[in-house]
Design a protein around this ligand. Sequence first.
Ligand SMILES: *Cc1c(COP(=O)(O)O)cnc(C)c1O
Ligand SMILES: [Zn+2]
Length: 420
Amino acid sequence: MTATTCLMTALRCRECGREYPARATYSCEYCFGPLEVVYDYERARRSMSAEAVGSRPQNLWRYRELLPLEGEPTDGLNSGFTPLVRADNLARELGVRELYLKDDSVNRPTLSYKDRVVPVALSRAKELGFDTVGCASTGNLANSVAAHAAIAGLRAVIFIPAGLELGKVLGTLAYGPTLVSVEGTYDQVNRLCTEITTKARWAFVNVNLRPYYTEGAKTCAFEIAEQLGWRAPHHVVLPVAGGTLLPKVWKGFQELHQLGLIPELPTKVYAAQPDGCSPVVNALKEGTDIIRPVREPRTIALSLAIGNPADGYYVLKAIQESQGDGETATDEEIVEAIKLLARTEGIFTETAGGVTIAALRKLIASGRIPVDETIVACVTGNGLKTTEPLSGRLGEPLTVEPSLASFEQRAGALLEGAGA
Ligand SMILES: *Cc1c(COP(=O)(O)O)cnc(C)c1O
Ligand SMILES: [Zn+2]
């Protein structure tokens, strides 16, 4: 594709349908509905064949007809296209036939799903003439914005709530951004960032660049379909924080179906949230469209601790449209699920991944996800970043002095029957 094939035509209000030019705006002037990118699907249908996509570099831009850029991508050339792991060991434990893990715990460069959305936002920020980028983050977004801004040569000002895991804080500071720790919840951090956009011409990826940023999450669906041989799975389980990923994965599958790239769309999407912060799953269980914010999230899954999700309503809509469901996980269940995934598939995920696997397990055990269909669970972050809540909960190493005698004394049982 060349720079002249920009298929993004406008931004459109999701509620009233009014269209706007594709600038750094995110809500409708008339009804305050969120704006979403519109594409020329007729032209996309012509240039985006399975063969054409298959011949392109293995990064998130291989689906660029459906990504919101005017020119060439300038960032994220090593991001996306993460493994879709066939998880037979875990499938056996859970009693299902065909289970895959979309492993964004090894997305590059910062080991989370955020390495899909940030390159799209920063490439667009440069097109719109910004020199400073920022975000309100529960940790992984901070890591990703800091890293991609360093690569792109942009200034970064990043806002986090106080009390995040050390791995997330150091994994941001390492790249040299301005990091602002706010003594409050994520929702207060987000409100502060929204106010700052009225004072400074900064591109907050998940605030004023939100329409572009969120589109990057569709690549998760595009990759799953391509990696399954251009077919959509029956069930996809996804963690929900601000509500970007889940509705955009649903939209991604819908777009592929509309373009004829997948023959059928049998997919149901499922939300996974931690018990102590589950505003969307609560609404689902209560059968209401009104999401009651959780004022004080209480969970070890800090990356999902968003009490008032910006796109929670659209998470509900995607679940309803696809006839999916939702489930929550306690701190105990999160830790057990982290251990289960590591023990069966060799993947060490962060607390958010524990929420997803715990929810998957409960959805299967209760019969809401049937055992004989294709299931995908999205593992969105890496366990090395959230070690604090695991400390003391995984056992202790065997400690010995550096001598055979000491080893025999303390670990003699291991040697019995081990014959040399
Ligand atoms: C950000 C994040 C999510 C999902 O967040 P959304 O705002 O709902 O898109 C899931 N898992 C991890 C590890 C994250 O960092
Ligand atoms: Zn509107």
